[in-house]
Ligand binder design. Structure first.
Ligand SMILES: [Fe+2]
Length: 498
């Protein structure tokens, strides 16, 4: 096991390379149009302290770098499922890692932010982030995978000032449920003790932790946040995110106004005022000593709403953020300037990885509704299992049928032919989760949907296969063309949501 003092020193050394960025925006290149957004902000006299850009094509990212030479850029990665015990054995891991480093270098990113979450596990695929199993073994695997990624960034990261981007791990949102055997803040404290990564604390995600663990039935929000922050490794938080929350399309809003709303993370939605109260509480905490940046996460939001929210947030919070950042640098301990090697992470043994793989197989089956909610990880949940039931009866079917590409719009003729033959589209959800499946390419939900739908049609209505194949070809061509577009313009309604 690495010495935790050594890990902390390594972190401190890396932290020195990250300037105080202040308030900025976490954006998508395409949605809304980034250049129009920056120009509208400029007209209001606002220039973001930095932009954190979500993974896109390398060409699009290069265009962004050239178009805003005066703004610091950071990178929000995607597709490195560092929660998974077998991710490094995936045939696409090295390729994904190489692409990521190329993109980090292209935009001269200060960090790689990646959710501590996955969209694929044990051969099962999802469209949006699934939180990790909050267990001790799971934390050890995450730390080991982060150490590998950081080593690659240290070797191949090429910033003009000679420093390497730092891995930042973001605490993911909960979508109606949580599963694990240790409290969430302890999970992140374990990781921080093993690897010198920074952290991203997303205020909306924290609200969902309150909402979808038993905390909201036990204590008031303010007390929950206070206790959470005392336990969480807040001294590692480099960036704070604030984004919207909303009811999901698949869930009907209750008529009465009783209880906490069943909101989930929703970047297109307005930021509710309760999150700004929580932000105040976080910024006032004495352990927040490494803060460098606060971003509104605004991908998929309307430009008008972004400009209004950003202007108001800067007005209200910029002085506090500056004060917090300055206070943090004042307490930094003096340190020698010798270069530090990446901490050497003790490898997780094969049997532990196999154990966690089995845990994730069970997890995937439970949350997709193929297995009953049983096991140690669900003990806290079983008292109120409605969250996981809502997830697999409403949220998951919506994701497979409509999200990131609506099947009826993608395959109009095939869907009509299936309906004529009495095949209901909802059967595709059960088909999707029927059995685990080896990976055939780097994670891409849109392409996966096309591939699996063709398999479904072949099995259920063989005579419709030719029609489906034709529609598949058109979709794949259009997708490839959209991804080759050099100018970041809105592309088809595809996988653009985090
Ligand atoms: Fe976030």
């Amino acid at each position: 096991m690495p010495d935790s003092n050594f890990v902390q020193q390594d972190f401190q050394h890396r932290l020195r390379n990250i300037p105080l960025l202040g308030m900025g925006l976490s954006v998508d290149v395409y949605s809304p149009n980034l250049f129009e957004l920056v120009s509208r902000l400029k007209k209001r006299g606002l220039q973001p302290g930095y932009l954190e850009v979500f993974k896109a094509t390398t060409t699009a990212l290069s265009t962004v770098r050239q178009a805003v030479p005066d703004i610091s850029l950071a990178y929000h990665g995607e597709g490195l499922w560092i929660t998974q015990p077998d991710v490094q054995a995936s045939p696409f891991f090295q390729q994904d890692l190489d692409e990521m480093v190329t993109q980090l270098n292209t935009i001269q990113s200060l960090w790689l932010n990646h959710e501590c979450a996955m969209k694929q596990m044990a051969g099962y695929s999802f469209g949006t982030y699934v939180p990790p199993l909050y267990t001790r073994l799971s934390a050890e695997v995450v730390a080991a995978n982060i150490a590998t990624v950081q080593q690659v960034m240290d070797r191949q990261g090429r910033r003009a000032d000679g420093t390497a981007p730092l891995f930042l791990l973001e605490m993911p949102p909960l979508t109606y449920f949580s599963a694990g055997t240790i409290p969430i803040p302890h999970f992140f404290r374990l990781i921080a003790g093993l690897v010198p990564c920074g952290l991203v604390l997303d205020i909306g995600h924290l609200w969902t932790v309150y909402r979808y663990t038993d905390a909201c039935r036990r204590i008031a929000l303010e007390r929950f946040v206070g206790a959470f922050l005392d336990e969480f490794p807040l001294e590692r938080v480099i960036e704070i995110h604030v984004a919207g929350l909303a009811y999901h399309e698949s869930v009907s809003k209750p008529k009465g106004g009783e209880g906490l709303p069943e909101w989930i993370d929703a970047h297109a939605a307005p930021i509710p005022s309760i999150l700004f109260c929580m932000l105040e509480q976080v910024l006032a905490h004495p352990n927040l000593v490494s803060l460098r940046a606060v971003a509104l996460e605004v991908d998929t939001k309307s430009i008008e709403m972004i400009v209004e929210e950003y202007a108001e947030t800067v007005r209200r919070f910029s002085p506090i953020v500056q004060q917090t950042m300055a206070g943090g640098t004042a307490v930094e301990q003096p340190m020698e300037l010798a270069p530090y090697p990446t901490s050497v992470q003790a490898p997780v043994c094969q049997s532990d990885r196999q154990q966690l793989r089995a845990d994730y197989t069970r997890y995937a089956k439970i949350i997709s509704g193929q297995a009953p909610v049983t096991g140690l990880e669900w003990q806290e949940t079983t008292a109120e299992a409605t969250g996981v039931a809502r997830y697999h009866t409403c949220y998951v079917p919506y994701e497979i049928l409509h999200w990131g590409g609506d099947l009826a719009e993608m395959f109009p003729q095939t869907c009509r032919a299936l309906a004529e033959r009495g095949v209901c589209l909802t059967e595709f959800v059960a088909f999707w989760f029927r059995s685990p499946r080896p990976l055939t390419h780097s994670y891409d939900f849109f392409l996966l949907k096309i591939e699996r739908f063709l398999e479904f049609v072949t099995e259920r209505a063989l005579d419709v296969r030719i029609c489906a194949q034709q529609e598949c070809d058109i979709l794949r061509q259009a997708y490839a063309q959209a991804n080759e577009v050099v100018e970041p313009v809105p592309v088809m309604e595809m996988e653009r949501t985090r």
